[in-house]
Design a protein around this ligand. Structure first.
Ligand SMILES: [Fe+2]
Length: 350
């Protein structure tokens, strides 16, 4: 129904006719009903936005009609008409949701102003609610967009790191998926050691990128089939420093610097490039040393056949305290073998 539709409810035929004429000449499209029950039927069928109703009527009173209408449509605008004797009931009607009450005998101007005001107020309430709902929908959508953008960014970031890691693997004598295995072993060992979950991401990045500095090593040295000369070794050993200077300028990779820079340091200080010793070596790098050695021994390489897990573990135990941090070695030994197997199996799947 259009906005200026009105339902007039009054049991007095004369009053009904007068009201009908007043609203008709003010441009309203009118329905009339003789009591509350008839009024409710018309309302249910046509949902007029505005109802003007008498209070005292047979069958169903104005108050009962008001209740039923508001229950069916909380936006329905109802104006009640009341005699002087019934002001208390009229005030009660306001508490039940009537928009206004008009005293009989009716003043035409007063009635029309009240009707206009009721329609405007109803419209405002509807618009305000729709605006509120729109805002709530927008907030939900915006939150979802931000969450999915963040998720995508994280995903891209992870994929980039993995791609970089496996590109390095491919270039470095074909140890395909080495980074991914070492990554899995390192995180499992770190958990056994008690590294907080909040530090796992940076540790993982450092492990994936540990050899990124090999980008700066010439192919003739990096891919040389035979043993390296002393000069070639000197160049090869620069890769941790090259890696450090490559990534320390990239804010989201800065957390990987300690492992990249220190991944060839040994517990007893005989490693390179800085000859760090014991706790001076960042924990991530100490973990990397152990799991990298384990992977090197348990996976076929062009120059050596894979050893069984127990042989590799015995070798690692032998080097605890010289090459490796003994506490890290213990943590690594606590990682269940089925988990090591699973990490290994996943690294070779496409
Ligand atoms: Fe390296």
């Amino acid at each position: 129904m259009a906005q200026r539709d009105i339902l007039i409810v009054d049991d007095d035929r004369q009053v009904r006719e007068v009201l009908h004429q007043i609203f008709l000449s003010a441009g309203y499209d009118c329905r009339v009903a003789r009591d509350g029950r008839e009024g409710l039927e018309v309302f249910r069928a046509e949902h007029p936005p505005l109802i003007v109703t008498d209070l005292k009527m047979p069958e169903m009173t104005g108050i009962e009609l008001l209740r039923a209408v508001r229950e069916a449509d909380a936006d329905a605008a109802v104006i009640v008409l009341t005699g002087a004797a019934d002001v208390k009931t009229a005030i009660d009607s306001l508490k039940l949701g009537a928009y206004d009450f008009i005293m009989k005998p009716v003043n035409v101007d007063e009635l029309l102003i009240a009707a206009e005001r009721a329609i405007e107020r109803r419209q405002l309430l509807i618009e305000r609610r729709e605006y509120q709902e729109l805002l709530e929908r927008r907030v939900v959508e915006a939150t979802r967009d931000v969450a999915s953008a963040y998720q995508q960014l994280q995903e891209t970031y992870r994929a980039t790191l993995e791609a970089l890691g496996s590109a390095l693997d491919t270039r470095d004598v074909g140890t395909e998926a080495h980074s991914r295995r070492v990554h899995g072993y390192a995180l499992a060992t770190a958990r056994e050691y008690g590294v907080p979950e909040t530090e796992m991401a940076e540790l993982g990045h450092g492990v994936l990128l540990h050899d990124i500095g090999k980008i700066g090593i010439p192919d003739a040295i990096l891919l040389k089939p035979g043993p390296l000369t002393d000069d070639e070794w000197r160049i090869m050993r620069r890769h941790p420093e090259i890696g450090k200077s490559l990534i320390e300028r990239i804010p989201f990779l800065r957390g990987a610097v300690p492992i990249v820079w220190a991944h060839h340091e040994k517990w007893n200080g005989t490693g390179y490039p800085r000859g760090l010793r014991a706790d001076a070596i960042p924990l991530g790098a100490r973990i990397f040393m152990v799991v990298d050695a384990f992977d090197a021994m348990t996976f076929d390489r062009p120059y050596s056949k894979a050893k069984p897990f127990d042989v590799a573990k015995a070798e690692i135990r032998r080097c605890a305290g010289s090459h490796f941090d003994p506490a890290v070695v213990e943590s690594f030994f606590r990682v269940p073998e089925p988990l090591l197997d699973e990490i290994r199996r996943r690294s070779v799947e496409p």
